[in-house]
Write a protein that binds this ligand. Structure first.
Ligand SMILES: NC(=O)c1ccc[n+]([C@@H]2O[C@H](COP(=O)([O-])OP(=O)(O)OC[C@H]3O[C@@H](n4cnc5c(N)ncnc54)[C@H](OP(=O)(O)O)[C@@H]3O)[C@@H](O)[C@H]2O)c1
Length: 215
């Protein structure tokens, strides 16, 4: 499948590495596509043939579009690209809805309310797009082939079963178990799990830990 990765930061680099290593056809979108920014130089060092273009062209290319960009910019960036460009596609939402305020005892404030997650906001903005929230609950350095005593769980939330299966496939290829946590409303809980993951990192240096769903 063709995957567009929008942005070139920490999460983007991890995803691009994993997706290319697993044989996905990847196009990267960057605001700096014409320049050699630090991130682009790093990317080219790791994958010399990586295809880097504008946000719009990358979105046009992808069957799956993942936007590892600041959560606070997500809606604006989608609107700048153009909502119609996302029609019929799978939007893999990996963002966290963190505010820029200082954390309180490790807990970062969210820019959302308990009754509407960022993923729900995006789904409302893009009714003809299949939004799947997934992998916002793990650190970038853990995303591809993490080494744990046992497999951790990637939780998925979204309204479309086919779309969730495609992201679940990626999660499994990346070395994770996956768990279908429900429709898009379940992304509310996943965004709080992202907050909890970071709090464990700040409080206990638990950056290399993860969540596992057991039955
Ligand atoms: N870091 C983690 O461990 C982790 C884990 C799970 C989820 N997340 C979430 O994943 C998203 C990306 O995190 P990250 O750590 O990869 O961030 P990052 O290193 O700061 O990279 C963000 C990228 O987003 C693009 N971008 C677009 N609009 C931007 C803006 N207004 N300001 C800054 N960058 C902008 C930039 O790419 P171009 O300049 O190339 O366009 C930039 O490199 C966030 O929502 C974060 O909460 C992060």
């Amino acid at each position: 499948m063709k995957v567009a990765v929008i942005g070139t930061g920490n999460v983007a680099q991890a995803l691009i590495n994993g997706l290319i290593s697993e044989g996905y056809d990847v196009k990267v979108g960057s605001r700096n596509s014409g320049k050699d920014s630090e991130n682009i130089t790093k990317l080219k060092e790791a994958h010399s043939n990586v295809s880097i273009t504008s946000y719009v062209k990358a979105v046009e290319f992808g069957d799956i579009v993942v936007l590892p960009i600041p959560g606070a910019s997500l809606v604006d960036v989608i609107q700048e690209i153009g909502v119609q460009k996302f029609e019929g596609k799978i939007l893999w939402d990996i963002t966290n809805a963190f505010s820029a305020d200082a954390p309180a005892n490790g807990v970062i404030k969210l820019i959302t309310t308990p009754d509407e997650s960022l993923a729900e906001k995006v789904q409302k903005l893009l009714p003809s797009t299949h939004v799947v929230k997934a992998m916002n609950t793990v650190g970038a350095h853990l995303m591809y082939k993490p080494v744990f005593g046992e497999n951790g769980t990637i939780f998925l939330a979204g309204n479309d079963g086919y779309a969730k299966e495609r992201i679940s496939e990626i999660a499994k290829k990346f070395g994770w178990e996956s768990y279908d946590a429900g429709k898009i409303e379940s992304s509310r809980a996943l965004e709080y799990m992202g907050q909890l993951y970071v709090a464990q990192g700040i409080l206990y240096n638990g950056w290399s830990s993860t969540f596992k769903y057991v039955k």
